[in-house]
Design a protein around this ligand. Structure first.
Ligand code: NDP
Length: 479
């Protein structure tokens, strides 16, 4: 049976683009890719990359403060969002063109269209074309979800933040995950008055407890109004009537209003919280999770199984129950990180076009949360490790030299979770400026199975914060 293409990729994000260009460029496969939005996907266009640039922008305020203590005569000017946004748009255009160029130069045919699966070997495009392929790879990523709440459509989501015509004076961020905490710190750094509601007892659920505690403490110290155990129960446009209405009446007033969420600030919002407090914010941002993008793609109709949240179910080779259809990245809801999607794409290509069945290794993945201070982490939290086996905990918390000199009370945390039996480092957690850079390197040792004694044998690099990771002699706790 002959097909139009060897591979048809749906989705031009990090995972899909990598799989397409390696299959075409290195294996000589005939490849096509369809993307309905901008090339580069969530990471490049509305995620990691613009977020990191916003992190850089937001950190200059602290740098100016610290520079003055070091003798520089510097003053705080206002932050000009328009300048940043214009430069950001230019940078994203440049990056998108690089992604398009990578595909072009590898000989991948691209379709700026929405693709729907018609059968195990056929896709239909929104342009009306029907295309056949021996293999189909679904790499459509995910999208931010709002909670079910009256008028939730009036709040923005992370996709919108990069397009705001102006920054709000105040914002309520709902959620306690990566996106909520990162944007709370970013926007605070840019001068926005930030309130954050998280429904659980402590932000960043799933990460090491001590590290979460330190980040929460420092976010509060910097001036973020972080309320745990708190959620929104009601919200509406903040008109005078509502502001002065009794609580029951205000709730009744919260009838759905027309959707004005075009990524702009449509006016102040009245919010009622679970603790009974009522407040008005210029803007509300929901960072309440992301769902896989599988709606109306024809997947279930052709026999692909979807999970509870719409994720494509795949085996260790990223293959679905329909042998010609594979899926990688956030749409499979395994580990939702760009470098993991890229790994999954590479493993798919090696398996299908390289003749080398390659399962994806999802064990011991280092990652970072770009809060201020940052967190870098790999392996088991203290809590999870204790459930698994007897452990020793080595940790230290101290004021880093650079900010302590400027009179700041910021603290950093270096922590190793060590197996009592094998002495292997099961987890490494760092909360510090540049922790993301540190964990990438510490991650190699942990992935290699380094023991605590291997860390101890390594000579410290002095004077650095990271040296503490090899100089912790006595266990702080044992279980
Ligand atoms: P997360 O799943 O990490 O966090 C969602 C947060 O919203 C949780 O705190 C959750 O609470 C809360 N929540 C969920 N539903 C509701 C609700 N109905 N009402 C109130 N709160 C609610 O999602 P994010 O959106 O932060 O990030 C999505 C993914 O993107 C992450 O999993 C991560 O993989 C990736 N990412 C990675 C980054 C990085 O590597 N630095 C940066 C940004 C994103 P609860 O804990 O109680 O469930």
């Amino acid at each position: 049976m002959s097909f139009d293409y060897d591979l048809f990729v749906i989705g031009g994000g990090s995972g899909g683009v990598r799989a397409a260009r390696v299959a075409a460029g290195e294996h000589g496969a005939k490849v096509a890719l369809a993307e309905i939005d901008r090339y580069g996907g969530t990471c490049v266009i509305r995620g990691c990359v613009p977020k990191k640039l916003m992190v850089f922008a937001s950190e200059f305020a602290d740098s100016v403060d610290q520079a003055r203590a070091y003798g520089w005569e510097l003053g705080h000017g206002p932050f000009d969002w328009q300048t940043f946004r214009k430069n950001l748009e230019g940078e994203l255009d440049r990056l998108e063109e690089i992604y398009r160029g990578l595909l072009r130069n590898s000989g991948v045919t691209t379709y700026d269209a929405r693709a729907r699966i018609k059968d195990a070997h056929t896709v239909e495009l929104s342009t009306g074309e029907t295309i056949s392929a021996k293999h189909i790879l679904v790499a459509t990523g995910g999208y931010p979800v709002r909670p079910e709440l009256p008028n939730a459509h009036l709040g923005i989501v992370s996709d919108d933040i990069f397009h705001l015509p102006e920054l709000p004076k105040s914002i309520l961020i709902v959620g306690g995950g990566y996106i909520a905490c990162e944007f709370a710190c970013i926007l605070h750094g840019l001068g926005v008055e930030v309130t954050q509601y998280y429904r659980g007892a402590q932000i960043l659920r799933g990460f090491d407890g001590e590290a979460r505690g330190l980040i929460a403490e420092q976010m509060r110290e910097r001036g973020i109004a972080l309320h745990t155990g708190t959620n929104i129960v009601d919200m509406a446009p903040a008109d005078q009537e509502r502001l002065h209405a009794p609580v029951e009446e205000a709730s009744a007033l919260s009838q759905p209003v027309p959707d004005r969420n075009d990524g702009t600030n449509g006016g102040p919002l009245w919010v009622k919280a679970t603790n009974g407090e009522e407040n008005v914010f210029d803007m509300v941002m929901f960072a309440t999770g992301r769902n896989p993008s599988t709606a109306d793609m024809g997947l279930e109709e052709v026999g692909v199984t979807l999970g509870r949240r719409g994720e494509v179910e795949v085996d260790e080779y990223s293959q679905t129950g329909v042998p010609s259809i594979y899926a990688i990245g956030d749409v499979t809801d395994r580990v939702n990180l760009t470098p993991v999607a890229i790994r999954e794409g590479m493993a798919f290509v090696r398996t299908v076009f390289g003749g080398e069945p390659t399962p994806v290794d999802h064990d011991l993945i280092p990652s970072a949360i770009f809060t201020q201070p940052e967190m870098g982490t790999i392996g088991l939290s203290e809590e999870d490790a204790r459930e698994q086996e007897p452990v020793e905990i080595y940790c230290t918390s101290f004021k880093p030299m650079q900010s302590a000199f400027a009179g700041w009370s910021d603290r950093v945390l270096m922590k190793l979770v060590v197996s009592k039996e094998t002495r292997k480092v099961l987890g490494c957690h760092i909360v510090a400026p540049n922790a993301a850079e540190m964990i990438q390197l510490a991650g190699i040792a942990v992935k290699m199975g380094a023991t605590k004694e291997d860390f101890d044998r390594t000579v410290a690099v002095h004077p650095t914060m990271a040296e503490e990771i090899v100089t912790m002699r006595a266990a702080a706790r044992r279980s």
